[in-house]
Design a protein around this ligand. Structure first.
Ligand SMILES: [Zn+2]
Length: 53
C-alpha cells in the first residue's frame, strides 16, 4: 500500500494477538497521511508498543 505523493509506503500486518485489531488511515490538515493502528487494551503486542515509547 503506497500512500501520498512521495512514494513512501507503510505496511500494516494484522495483529495475531487480538481480534479488535484494525487500522485507520488519517489525513491531517497539512495533507500528511498517517496510519493509526488499534489493538485490544490487553493485547501483548500493543502493551509492547506503548512500553517502547
Ligand atoms: Zn493487537
Amino acid at each position: 500500500m503506497a500512500l501520498g505523493g512521495n512514494g513512501a509506503s507503510y505496511e500494516v500486518w494484522p495483529c495475531t494477538d487480538c481480534l479488535p485489531w484494525h487500522f485507520e488511515v488519517v489525513q491531517a490538515d497539512d495533507g500528511e497521511v498517517m496510519v493509526r493502528e488499534w489493538h485490544a487494551m490487553e493485547c501483548a503486542l500493543f502493551q509492547q508498543l506503548i512500553a517502547d515509547q
